[in-house]
Write a protein that binds this ligand. Structure first.
Ligand SMILES: [Zn+2]
Length: 324
């Protein structure tokens, strides 16, 4: 629309000469830009992980300008509080993260160092997705010796599609609180997302029916929510403790355990090394299945919908491949 306006030729006023007309055109364009800048003053969002950037995008459309702090091939537990992240947090009006201590090693530092009052814990601009769902694997006791165990429970909440329903409801309310002028827009987008997502869950559950009761091994304890949703049964983990890479002797031990409790496939997230799961897969004669884990983890997982389409397709392909 704007480019069309700009393209309208400005007729030279014969009394004033061409210079005036050009100046008028430039000024006009300038004011048009200024105006459109005001109309589209987007909400600056700092998302910790790609799935929350994608959800914010679904709910806020063009009313938000979203920065994603971590990539899909990055280990979300191991992120540095780099100055570039602090700089981005400084201009954010809303921070959307998993919470539940997933980002404990970097996000609190980034938020504090940003000295941005909009996104300090407890403010409207501070949003932790994990607050809105039922957490799994909440430890009854906390011991550093148990490895990367989180007091709030397992933080990998994004692998159960059902979790997005309450999180989207809460996040949409937050967008409205921060930008009440666009309430109707946010309500419309939330309504559309909620409806489409519920329909997609029905579809995914139908597709994933053959996965129910299937025993699996996982590299890291990254999938308890996926298992809870689709009925996969975790019989072993490759990591001796969460966050600790397995040694060769530990993998031997897991391999022996698998003879007692056979599994049909070994799962890992896209960001993890394929070596431990390939090692087990070769020796236990089961397929190693890599899952996107978040948006962008595989070329197919381009948004939240295709994230779950691809996850389920990969699990079904693994099941087929490993059929005895
Ligand atoms: Zn973890």
């Amino acid at each position: 629309m704007k480019t069309k306006q700009d393209a309208v030729p400005v007729k030279a006023d014969p009394r004033l000469g061409g210079g005036y007309a050009v100046a008028k055109k430039i000024l006009g364009t300038f004011f048009l830009l200024l105006l459109s800048g005001n109309v589209h003053a987007a909400l600056n969002v700092f998302a910790c992980e790609p799935e929350w950037a994608a959800l914010t995008q679904q709910l806020a459309g063009d009313k938000a300008s979203i920065y994603t702090a971590t990539g899909p091939l990055q280990d979300p537990h191991q992120v540095q509080a780099r100055p570039s992240l602090i700089a981005k947090a400084r201009s954010a009006q809303l921070l959307v993260c998993t919470g539940a201590e997933l980002e404990i090693g970097w996000m609190p530092v980034v938020v504090r160092e940003s000295t941005n009052n909009n996104i300090q814990p407890g403010s409207i601009g501070y949003f932790e997705a994990a607050k809105y769902i039922t957490m799994l694997e909440v430890p009854s006791r906390l011991d550093r010796a148990d490895g990367d165990v989180h007091a709030a429970g397992n933080p990998h909440i994004q692998t159960d599609a059902r979790n997005y329903l309450p999180i989207a409801a809460a996040l949409s309310k937050r967008l409205i609180q921060l930008d009440p002028a666009n309430t109707a827009y946010y309500q419309q987008r939330y309504g559309a997302f909620d409806q489409q997502w519920r329909a997609a869950i029905v579809k995914w559950e139908k597709q994933a029916a053959p996965l129910r009761g299937i025993p699996i091994v996982v590299h890291h304890k990254g999938f308890p929510y996926l298992n809870d949703w689709l009925g996969l049964v975790e019989v072993a983990e490759l990591e001796p403790k969460p966050g600790m890479e397995p040694s060769a002797s530990y993998l031997e031990k897991v391999l022996n355990e698998l003879q007692q409790h056979p599994a049909r496939m070994v799962l890992r997230a896209a960001y993890q090394s394929e070596r431990p799961s390939e090692w087990i897969a070769d020796r236990a004669h089961i397929p190693a299945v890599m899952l996107p884990f978040t948006v962008g983890g595989t070329p197919q997982a381009t948004d939240l919908f295709s994230l779950f389409d691809d996850t389920i397709q990969r699990l079904l392909a693994g099941l087929k491949q490993g059929t005895p």
